[in-house]
Design a protein around this ligand. Structure first.
Ligand SMILES: Cc1cc2nc3c(=O)[nH]c(=O)nc-3n(C[C@H](O)[C@H](O)[C@H](O)COP(=O)(O)OP(=O)(O)OC[C@H]3O[C@@H](n4cnc5c(N)ncnc54)[C@H](O)[C@@H]3O)c2cc1C
Length: 437
């Protein structure tokens, strides 16, 4: 059995207290937000499991051997336009203002990315003004009847030369596919600016959790109604520990045993290096669209603001094998996902939430927003029912009968998804044969 109770989480209740209202699979943003809401707002008993040995999902951070705060799953920069998301997370962390900057190594120069006025002027040795740049881009842009692919998206905005220098090879490395084979949405995320704004993001809220992401997750999961099992695949426990509803945040195709085939995911190999020097590169991230097997290098101290005599850098090597990181946005993959989605919708006791469970290229804030919306939908459904007691007054008989028949209907459900009240009424039985503590 896996490690129980991360720092800050309460010890597991004795088995006699009954099963859990909700089993949350995955302790990333999707799972942790929902666990926190269900426990703190509805008083539900929530079991969170994750097959990894830590909380935070891909946003997990930790201190390396040199004492530098690093992101093992690649750099995570928080940005959002949603006040609701920012206010929600602010309950669990203080923030450090941070504006991410990216330079691209092109033709022997480090140039601002996304492409802006300085990028174009320095690349072509020009002195265009903002107004002139609009005209310049318009003269470079290719006129297309429809914009379907990532290639279309870029060449229709900035033309083929900038596309070839900044996008084509980067996208090929990142996705293992030519931009002409990918949805327009992939490159639509990167804007082009005619001003000198060199921030990577322009969202209203841009900040990093002051004490790191993991600390923030610890605070989210510290509610006494939340228990945590790490190093635990949900399949090890789903039939041993009773629960009423499941929040599933893993890959949706894995949930259904790949019965319609595997959804393609792109993975990354990370190479972390700690260097005996204070600084490595001028900004948080440097992109290498055209050279090397890696796509980019990120120096964490820019993101975290940590003062240290050494520094830590991560190199990202895209690959097909490994942890599923990026759903690959192509029309045929969306079609395959729809098959799984249709099956998921037929399961009333399981909610599929998050990047992998909905096969969407979501940022952290979008996943938080999706989880908050899911909570609002689940609220009525999962609110605790009044406990039935023997010898109830006659006046209460009618609502009781209604509640019973609702419970009877729910009782037809499989064991995982059994009505929690039934489990509470038969403690002990609930955990028979269970390896749960
Ligand atoms: C390299 C990289 C960089 C990124 N950078 C940014 C960024 O700068 N800004 C930004 O906003 N977003 C960024 N993202 C996106 C961000 O990581 C996601 O939006 C977010 O982590 C998704 O949260 P989630 O809970 O949906 O999924 P995850 O974080 O993937 O969490 C899912 C969890 O479920 C667990 N799990 C899966 N299957 C099982 C199972 N069978 N049993 C038990 N547990 C299971 C996994 O171990 C995992 O911990 C980046 C993503 C990557 C890959």
């Amino acid at each position: 059995m896996g490690q129980l109770n991360a720092p800050g989480a309460a010890p597991l209740r004795p088995a006699a207290a009954g099963g859990f209202d909700v089993l949350v699979v995955g302790a990333g943003f999707a799972g942790s937000v929902l666990a926190e809401r269900l426990a703190s707002q509805l008083g539900l008993r929530v079991l969170v499991c994750d097959k990894r040995p830590h909380i935070g999902g891909n946003a997990h951070d930790r201190y390396d051997d040199a004492g530098l705060l690093v992101h093992p799953y690649g750099p995570h920069i928080f940005h959002t336009n949603s006040a609701e998301v920012f206010d929600y997370l602010s309950q669990f962390t203080e923030w450090r203002p941070y504006q991410h900057r990216v330079l691209a190594s092109v033709d022997g120069q480090l140039l601002p990315m996304p492409i802006n006025l300085d990028t174009v002027n320095r690349l072509y040795g020009m002195t265009l003004t903002a107004l002139e740049m609009e005209g310049f881009l318009a003269s470079m842009a290719e006129k297309l009847e429809s914009v379907k692919t990532s290639e279309d998206m870029v060449v229709s905005k900035v033309g083929r030369d900038l596309y070839n220098k900044f996008f084509r090879n980067y996208t090929r490395k990142q996705w293992g596919l030519d931009p002409s084979e990918l949805d327009a949405s992939v490159t639509a995320r990167v804007p082009t600016r005619c001003n000198r704004d060199d921030r990577y993001f322009t969202d209203t809220y841009q900040a990093m959790p002051r004490a790191g992401y993991t600390r923030m997750f610890e605070r989210m999961l510290a509610h006494p109604n939340i228990k945590l099992m790490l190093n635990t695949d949900y399949r090890e426990i789903e039939h041993l520990i009773p629960w009423r509803h499941m929040i599933y945040t893993g890959p949706i195709d894995a949930y259904f045993n790949y019965r319609h085939g595997r959804l393609p995911y792109r993975s990354l190999r990370f190479e972390h290096v700690t260097l005996p020097q204070e600084h490595f590169q001028p900004v948080g991230t440097v992109n290498f669209p055209n050279d090397y097997a890696y796509t980019r290098t990120t120096e964490f101290k820019h993101l975290t603001g940590q003062q240290h005599t050494q520094t830590s850098v991560v190199y990202e090597f895209p690959c097909d094998e490994g942890d599923p990181y990026y759903p690959v946005p192509r029309p045929q993959n969306t079609e395959l996902y729809r098959l799984y989605q249709a099956e998921a919708e037929r399961l009333p006791n399981v909610s599929f939430v998050g990047r992998l469970a909905t096969y969407k290229y979501y940022n952290m804030d979008q996943v938080v927003a999706q989880a908050l919306t899911t909570f609002k939908k689940l609220k009525a459904e999962l609110s605790p029912e009044p406990v039935l007691v023997a010898g109830v007054a006659a006046a209460d008989a009618a609502p009781l009968a209604a509640a019973r028949s609702a419970n009877d209907a729910a009782a037809a459900l499989p064991v995982n998804g059994a009505p929690v009240r039934a489990l509470r009424e038969a403690p002990g039985a609930a955990f028979q044969g269970s390896s749960a503590p």
